[in-house]
Design a protein around this ligand. Structure first.
Ligand SMILES: [Mg+2]
Length: 87
């Protein structure tokens, strides 16, 4: 386990992840309203990416598990998109 994650503990890492997702959500909402703050947007994307790596570590999720799920989800999303455009 990452030393930082180990020191903070699973609850604090989870709180940080929730907060970072919320901050990205705020920037996404601003972008939808035509008020994109590009630097802040990229910063929150980076924060969420970091937080997800800590969550992965804290909850002992392996690269293989995540890659398998990403592959499944991407394939499903592509099928839905293709089917949606055929109607
Ligand atoms: Mg942030």
């Amino acid at each position: 386990m990452n030393r930082f994650v180990e020191k903070l503990g699973i609850d604090d890492v989870t709180f940080i992840a929730i907060e970072e997702c919320s901050e990205l959500q705020k920037e996404l909402t601003k972008a939808l309203r035509g008020k994109l703050r590009r630097e802040a947007f990229i910063e929150e994307m980076a924060d969420v990416t970091i937080a997800m790596s800590w969550i992965k570590d804290a909850f002992d999720i392996t690269d293989e598990e995540l890659q398998k799920k990403l592959g499944e989800k991407l394939a499903k999303a592509e099928i839905k998109f293709i089917e949606g455009n055929e109607k």
